[in-house]
Design a binder for this molecule. Structure first.
Ligand code: ZN
Length: 254
């Protein structure tokens, strides 16, 4: 077989694809219109097909998607980082144009009787700010925090932090693709308020659904109890600890 010189990376190779950079042999010929058009469709629609396929699989079988990526099947689904960026961009876009998160009701919040009145009302304001004004930051905080808790509570399964982080890169945006259209329909089309409990229910429901399937290797009652503990700590941090720390740093007065 004749050696081919790759025009992309100068590597000498045999066969249809460069073994160093992956460029197709055909890429070494003069540019032809049909290739440019084929490339355009491949780059544009393969991404979309891959993305919608990944999203669909994340709804019906979320554990499989995350496990496949961690186990090295990296070409089958949209990679987790890209998926997360698309998810967060989607949320920012919808929220920027339609102020969708404002429909989340926030009349009565959580009250901690052992804390002062001023602290309680400041924490309440922070809770709302995190859900409505600082959604991107609060999403990133949750995406990074959850794998920390999973790491400690699912230690017997020996996942490292990066592997667990990739699961939250898939599962959190998947939730946004449920809640954002839902908030869009309720606010823009129906003009009704949604109670925060409905959002929390969708949120925790999906996390249970996805992580209980992801951690299948652990026996049922153990897996369920450990994940319930993860969600309990997680919610406590998000609803009480984080607003409390923020209130100590920046006390909010209404
Ligand atoms: Zn090459």
């Amino acid at each position: 077989m004749t050696q081919i010189l790759c025009k992309n990376c100068e590597n000498k190779y045999q066969g249809d694809f460069c073994n160093s950079c992956g460029q197709r042999n055909i890429g070494n010929h003069r540019l032809q219109m049909n290739e440019v058009i084929a490339d355009f469709f491949d780059n544009t629609f393969n991404l979309h097909k891959g993305f919608f396929f990944t999203l669909y699989k994340l709804f019906i079988s979320p554990g499989t998607v995350a496990k496949a990526y961690i186990d090295g099947k990296r070409k089958r689904y949209t990679n987790p980082t890209r998926f997360m960026v698309i998810g967060l961009a989607f949320q920012s876009f919808i929220d920027y144009w339609f102020k969708t998160t404002e429909v989340i009701e926030h009349e009565e919040y959580y009250y901690f009787s052992f804390l002062s009145e001023a602290m309680n009302s400041s924490m309440e304001i922070w809770n709302v700010k995190l859900a409505v004004e600082y959604i991107l930051l609060s999403n990133l905080f949750m995406i990074i925090l959850l794998p920390v808790l999973l790491y400690f509570l699912f230690k017997p399964l020996k996942y490292n932090y990066t592997e667990l982080l990739s699961t939250s890169f898939y599962f959190f945006p998947a939730i946004l693709f449920i809640t954002m259209p839902f908030l869009f329909v309720t606010k823009v089309l129906l003009d009704i308020y949604v109670s925060k409990e409905v959002i929390i229910f969708i949120f925790t429901g999906y996390l249970f659904w996805s992580y209980l399937s992801f951690f299948k290797a652990m026996k049922w009652p153990q897996r369920f109890l450990r994940f319930t503990a993860v969600i309990g700590i997680f919610m406590f941090v998000r609803i009480a600890v984080l607003p409390w720390i923020l209130s100590i740093l920046y006390l909010q007065t209404s």
